[in-house]
Write a protein that binds this ligand. Structure first.
Ligand code: PMP
Length: 308
C-alpha cells in the first residue's frame, strides 16, 4: 500500500475509516487548487514518538489560509490536537508523515467564493521514510536547473503553501526525473536561484552558508528556519542572498532542506560536480545537529519536539 499504516483519517472533526474520507467532484479545490496544506514529520526519538515543530506547521497552515481569505472553522490548537490524535489512532510511533489540508469544499463553483463557502479540513497520517531515497542523505542527489521558473511575485503567493502552487512543483520535478535527475531547482522569474520543487536550497562557498531570500519566490520552509538556527548554534551564520545560476556550479557544498527531504546533500547540478562530489563537511555537521535532535545526542532548547 502506498500509504502504509494509514487506517483512519480525521475528516471535519470525525475520525473516519481511510476509505471513507471522500469529497464531492464539484469541490472548489479540485477545480481551482484552493487548498492549503502542510507536511509534518513524526520521529521516533530517544524519548518516544515526537512531532517536529507541529505548532509552527499549523501556524503556517493558518497563515496560508489567511492569504487566501479562507476561514478554517477550527482553532490552531484544535488542529494541533487533531494531528496528534490521528497519529495515535493510526498507532504511528516509528516515524510518520502527517498531512493536514484545509480546502474550499462543495458549494458554489464560482471564482470568487463567498465568505461563508464551506472549508473542509482533513488530516491523514501514514508511515514514512527518506523522501529522496535511503542513500540520498549520505551520498547526495543529482539535480538540474529546471526550464520551468518559479511563479512570479504578485502572481501566486509562494509564501502560502497552497495546492495550486504545486502545479509548478510538479512540472519542475517531473521534468527533472524525465531527464534522469533526482530533482529540479527552479530560478525565479528574474533569473535568481529560488528553490527545489519541494525543498529549500542552501550552498556553502568559502566557509560561508548562503540561501535565497523570501523575495526569490520560495516557500519559507520550517526546515530552512531550523537549519538557519542550527547554523547559528554552531557559529556559522547563514546569509540570505540572491544567488546566480552559475554560483551553483562553483559551490563547495550544496544541500536541500524540507520536511520530506530533511537535509539532503546535492552532489551535482546540471552534471557539474559540487565540490568533491561527496557530502560536504558543513552539510554533515548540520545533519548531525538535526538528526541529533531525534537520537537524543543533541538537546532541544527550542522545544521543537512536541509530544503526542
Ligand atoms: N519549498 C517548497 C515548494 C515545499 O513544498 C517545501 C515542503 N513543504 C519546502 C520548500 C520546505 O518546507 P518545509 O521545510 O517547511 O517542509
Amino acid at each position: 500500500m502506498t500509504f502504509k499504516g494509514g487506517k483512519f483519517i480525521w475528516h471535519n472533526g470525525q475520525v473516519v475509516n481511510w476509505n471513507d474520507a471522500k469529497v464531492h467532484v464539484l469541490s472548489h479545490a479540485l477545480h481551482y487548487g484552493s487548498s492549503v496544506f502542510e507536511g509534518i514529520r513524526l520521529y521516533k526519538t530517544s524519548s518516544g514518538p515526537k512531532i517536529f515543530r507541529l505548532t509552527d506547521h499549523i501556524k503556517r497552515l493558518f497563515n496560508s489560509a489567511k492569504i487566501y481569505r479562507m476561514k478554517i472553522p477550527y482553532s490552531e490548537s484544535d488542529i494541533v490536537n487533531a494531528c496528534k490524535n490521528i497519529t495515535t489512532e493510526n498507532e504511528l510511533i516509528n516515524g510518520a508523515y502527517i498531512r493536514p489540508i484545509a480546502f474550499r469544499g462543495y458549494g458554489e463553483i464560482g471564482l470568487a467564493p463567498k465568505d461563508d463557502h464551506n472549508i473542509d479540513v482533513s488530516i491523514a497520517a501514514w508511515e514514512w521514510g527518506a523522501y529522496l531515497g535511503n542513500d540520498a542523505l549520505k551520498d547526495g542527489v543529482e539535480v538540474c536547473v529546471s526550464s520551468w521558473q518559479r511563479v512570479a511575485p504578485n502572481t501566486i503567493p509562494t509564501m502560502a503553501k497552497a495546492g495550486g502552487n504545486y502545479l509548478s512543483s510538479t512540472l519542475i520535478s517531473t521534468e527533472a526525473k524525465r531527464l534522469g535527475f533526482d530533482e529540479g531547482i527552479a530560478l525565479s522569474t528574474d533569473g535568481k536561484v529560488s528553490e527545489g520543487a519541494g525543498e529549500n536550497l542552501f550552498l556553502v562557498k568559502n566557509g560561508e552558508i548562503l540561501t535565497p531570500p523570501a523575495s526569490s519566490g520560495i516557500l519559507t520552509g520550517i526546515t530552512r528556519d531550523t537549519v538557519i538556527r542550527l547554523s547559528d548554534k554552531i557559529g556559522l551564520a547563514v546569509k540570505e542572498a540572491e544567488i546566480n545560476r552559475e554560483t551553483l556550479y562553483l559551490a563547495d557544498e550544496m544541500f536541500f532542506t524540507g520536511t520530506a527531504a530533511e537535509i539532503t546533500p546535492i552532489r551535482s547540478v546540471d552534471r557539474i560536480i559540487v565540490g568533491n562530489g561527496k557530502r560536504g563537511e558543513i552539510t554533515k555537521r548540520l545533519q548531525d545537529e538535526f538528526f541529533g535532535l531525534f537520537s537524543g545526542k543533541m538537546s532541544d532548547p527550542n522545544n521543537w519536539l512536541e509530544d503526542i
